[in-house]
Design a protein around this ligand. Structure first.
Ligand SMILES: [Zn+2]
Length: 372
């Protein structure tokens, strides 16, 4: 999908003001089954800093790939001990690219599975050629300009060449912050760009029960309809929508409410700071089981629908974004109900590769905490 226009950005500001009504308490939210995580940060690192950071990381990656594998391991393991620091932003202001050096840790993250590790790291170990120069390929540039994410991935030669190029830092033209792209990574270290992004067009998933407004990006709604239909046809039962798109402004008030009730530390485990919520992209949806009336998100895990979704969501372009035991990487507790759309190509590669987090998939550092 094309990057947001100025009009979209203005609209989000204009329409966002209508959300300052009193919010339900956490208990009320739980009882309603809408107490989901990832809503987003008071201090937002400038997206430009991240973009430049990745560019530098990309150059470093290429240098490291040419070096000895043992040296790469040593450098990476040494760097990973460095916590994210506000000095990055200060250094960026004075143009000192060296301050970005620790970000070389965006090189292949410790893999969660042997298959995932084999996908990236052996290139350096075996001295194979560096990833393709996607950004120098006119077909990729043309596809990027067209706004079709599927065309970009096709021009890159498929999901795996695309992923390898991005994960190795060799594709700076693929912006993992761009809110309108299916490959956007939104976490505690990556804010949306623009911060108040508003996805359009939006729609509800046809033929799907819902317990809330349930809007999402139109293409995501269509994919969800297919997923729900397949789950039904394959005997997994009925799936309904609990929550879809949430605006930046709604997240401001939601997060503030959580902090007031739980304190900031606990609030950050369950509610994203504004600009850091996947729900703001229109690509995320919380689902529930609707066998005899729709249940709550907290009761979704372990149900037949949840098991089916875990095994089959990729067929429709979705992943379960916050896995069980991945809090140290994602920054969130297990949320079997929270689906994230990344498109069928990437989702299939994600599933086949045994990936558990988008951070690992794209070689990004773990994001358990906010930078500031
Ligand atoms: Zn969610």
């Amino acid at each position: 999908m094309a990057p947001p226009t100025q009009h979209e950005t203005r609209r989000s500001r204009r329409e966002g003001g209508a959300v300052s009504r009193p919010l339900p308490t956490r208990r009320e939210l739980r009882e309603r089954g809408s107490a989901d995580a990832h809503h987003g940060p008071a201090e937002q690192p400038a997206p430009a800093v991240y973009r430049r950071r990745r560019l530098v990381a990309g150059v470093l990656a290429l240098v490291l790939v040419g070096g000895a594998a043992l040296a790469v391991g040593g450098v990476v393991s040494g760097m990973t001990t460095e916590a994210p620091e506000r000095t990055d932003a200060v250094a960026a202001l004075i143009g000192d690219a060296r301050a970005d050096a620790p970000r070389a840790t965006v090189l292949p993250a410790p893999a969660q599975s042997g298959q995932a590790a084999a996908a990236v790291e052996p290139d350096a170990a075996r001295g194979e050629p560096a990833p393709a120069d996607l950004c120098g390929d006119p077909a990729v540039s043309e596809a990027l300009a067209s706004g079709s994410d599927a065309d970009v991935i096709a021009a890159a030669g498929g999901a795996e060449p695309f992923r390898v190029a991005v994960a190795s830092g060799a594709a700076p033209c693929i912006d993992l912050h761009a809110a309108g792209r299916t490959w956007v990574v939104v976490n505690k270290l990556n804010a949306l760009d623009p911060i108040d992004y508003w996805p359009e067009p939006q729609a509800r998933a046809e033929g799907v029960e819902r317990t809330s407004g349930g809007h999402m990006r139109a293409d995501v709604a269509a994919a969800l309809s297919q997923l729900v239909g397949a789950a039904r046809a394959e005997g997994a039962g009925e799936i309904g929508v609990n929550s879809g798109f949430r605006s930046y402004d709604r997240q401001v008030s939601t997060y503030r409410s959580y902090v007031g009730q739980l304190g900031q530390r606990n609030a950050d485990l369950t509610s994203a700071r504004p600009g850091h919520s996947e729900h703001q992209t229109g690509l995320a949806v919380d689902i529930v089981a609707c066998d005899a009336g729709c249940g709550t998100i907290e009761r979704f895990g372990g149900m037949a629908q949840s098991e089916w979704v875990t095994a089959n969501a990729h067929r429709f372009g979705f992943i379960v974004r916050y896995g069980d035991g991945d809090t140290a990487i994602t920054g969130y507790e297990y949320e079997p109900w929270h689906l994230r759309f990344i498109g069928i190509d990437l989702a299939t590669r994600y599933a086949e590769g045994g990936y558990r987090t988008l951070e690992d998939f794209f070689g990004l550092p773990a994001a358990p905490e906010y930078a500031g």
